[in-house]
Design a protein around this ligand. Sequence first.
Ligand code: ZN
Length: 200
Amino acid sequence: MTSALPKRAKKRASPVERKRIPINIKTQILTEAGYRCAVPTCRELLLLDLHHIYQVSENGKDELANLVALCPTCHAYYHRGHISRESIFAYKSILVAINRAFDLESIDRLMFLESLAKDFLIVSGDGVLHFDRLIAAGLASFAPKSNNRGLLVTYSVNLSPKGKMLIQAWKSGDHLKIKHAVTRTVPRPNSGGKSPRGRH
Ligand SMILES: [Zn+2]
């Protein structure tokens, strides 16, 4: 009778992604990413993988701060070196920041405005309300449009320069650009002076 496989061979089977991530952490990470890939130029829906920014083998933990949602394609790109860890950090940091400031629908609308072939969207008065959070944060702006009889019926909504800067920074994966864009975007907590934010 042949003996079992050597124990060592079994042990080598990649421990990195095998560890079970607690379901509550998983849900929080997926929610943070809006159930989409965290890579802003991808934003693929569903079939997400959770990626450890610091691998388990590097003592990376199953914690919110160390996990990011990636689709299988971007996950594979990362492991092949096509996406840098710095970019993953940057994508993660912007997701955290915009999640604090906005709801997921507003984030989608921000991306939607950015994707428009024209620079602006024509909406009704009610339509403007869908962009209220972005407008209030200065990421989008609106202007009344009158028809040829001079009646005010619609509004144009577009990304503001600040909104464009944020999206460009997000897509660049450049941590410094993102930091700059986010600190000019996310409302600061009321005075008190010190920022509680720690350093990585
Ligand atoms: Zn992706």
